[in-house]
Design a protein around this ligand. Structure first.
Ligand code: SF4
Ligand code: SF4
Length: 70
């Protein structure tokens, strides 16, 4: 984890069990942080994510979750 990353107090993650793969989050993200991972699920690259919350607000199924960055 980079030093810059530690300034964020939370992360957004995608709960793949709730995700419908609608791509709304990917379309909203202007920082190229949302990608399809090795298990063919949407995921968030924390290094690119600016914590803007656009994906969180855009998701129709509540699959984007905000979690404390311990
Ligand atoms: S919080 Fe913003 S930057 Fe991070 S993945 Fe969601 S839309 Fe992209
Ligand atoms: S907006 Fe929500 S349901 Fe749609 S692909 Fe993203 S995480 Fe999955």
């Amino acid at each position: 984890m980079s030093a810059e990353q530690k300034k964020f107090k939370f992360n957004y993650i995608i709960n793949s069990a709730a995700c419908m793969a609608c791509a709304a989050c990917e379309l909203e993200c202007k920082d190229d942080a949302i990608f399809i991972d090795d298990t063919v699920n949407y995921a968030i690259n924390q290094d690119n994510c600016k914590r803007c919350g656009k994906c969180f607000r855009a998701c129709p199924s509540g699959a984007v979750e905000r979690v404390a960055n311990a």
